[in-house]
Write a protein that binds this ligand. Sequence first.
Ligand SMILES: NC(=O)c1ccc[n+]([C@@H]2O[C@H](COP(=O)([O-])OP(=O)(O)OC[C@H]3O[C@@H](n4cnc5c(N)ncnc54)[C@H](O)[C@@H]3O)[C@@H](O)[C@H]2O)c1
Ligand SMILES: [Zn+2]
Length: 362
Amino acid sequence: MTEEIITVGLAERSYPIRIGSQNLAQLGFWCREAALGKQAALVTNPTIAALYLPQVRDSLVAAGFSVTVIEIPDGEQFKSAATLMTVYDRLIDAGLDRGAFIVALGGGVVGDIAGYAAATYLRGIPFVQVPTTLLAQVDSSVGGKTGINHPKGKNLIGAFYQPRLVVVDTSTLDTLPAREYACGLAEAVKYGIVLDADLFAFMEANAAGVLAKDKTCLQRVISTSCRTKASVVEKDEREGGVRAVLNYGHTLGHAVEALTGYRQFLHGEAVAIGMAQAARLSEARGLATTLDTERILQLLQDLNLPTQLPEFSRTAYAQALSHDKKKRDEGVNFVFNKGIGNFSINLVTDLKGLLQQCGVGE
Ligand SMILES: NC(=O)c1ccc[n+]([C@@H]2O[C@H](COP(=O)([O-])OP(=O)(O)OC[C@H]3O[C@@H](n4cnc5c(N)ncnc54)[C@H](O)[C@@H]3O)[C@@H](O)[C@H]2O)c1
Ligand SMILES: [Zn+2]
């Protein structure tokens, strides 16, 4: 299987994303090629360590790096200030100086917290992303958003801090549970709907292969998703404008997550529900056809993703929507799809009207 390299072009902060099916073994070599310092701090969790730590550590050691392993507990609830502090403690105890670098081996939780530790430890040391969930491979490891949650809200503390290198090994997905896998597919479908009609059509035509984690399909979906996200980030690194397109499906998705107490749905599932509604709303505004909407709903269903809004009142949804941190005082910036492969971002002030169009009762 060929390995692909996609560059995120951000002038002096540019970096490669290397995508292939046997990449973990090359990690050490590529870190050396990137001229990283001699000491590596490898942040991971026990679930991932049991599967991939030996291979990753061996690769780094064979390339001449010393490796300090820092395990954090597994779970979104540990993306916290308390966990971050234990990471700092370990970095200090290991005597890591500004010549050291951090390797994040895991999903979005490990990547976000390890990236934020790298952004802030000694005012910033380099870091490398080795994403092991599909969501992290197509989304969170690319683009430089790092951070932790606050008891008052998700991702409220953080920094834009780009990695030096992203190494994606598609074979790590073999062990990823099906629901987690589908969540990553939801983010890839998102890129297709609003930015890349060819990616959408590819997933539509190859849904069975994609679901079966066929390596050729995976390579295509991941590399196209990364290329698409990279091009958005290159235009708008700090989300002052067009990067907001990546919130497609997320406005309602976040409301669904909040209303269900973050228990009933995983993030990608809530986003799938949000995208199904966004598709209907786009059609209602004349931005897309009935056929576009049918194709979107069908693909989500083919990928085992939910599309039905859970039942809550219009008032409850309106409240959840206006708690969304992306909300501006005058309303919510909502991302619509224009057909498939294009988008339009519009300010929506009549939230209850929007919810009525989604079929949400009083
Ligand atoms: N920085 C960004 O731009 C960005 C974008 C999207 C999401 N996020 C963040 O990402 C987080 C979600 O990330 P996630 O969906 O990867 O969840 P996660 O990191 O919690 O991983 C999901 C589960 O899969 C396990 N796992 C990881 N890799 C595995 C593998 N190869 N085999 C078996 N199990 C494996 C993990 O231990 C965990 O239990 C959220 O905190 C979210 O806020 C960040
Ligand atoms: Zn998302």
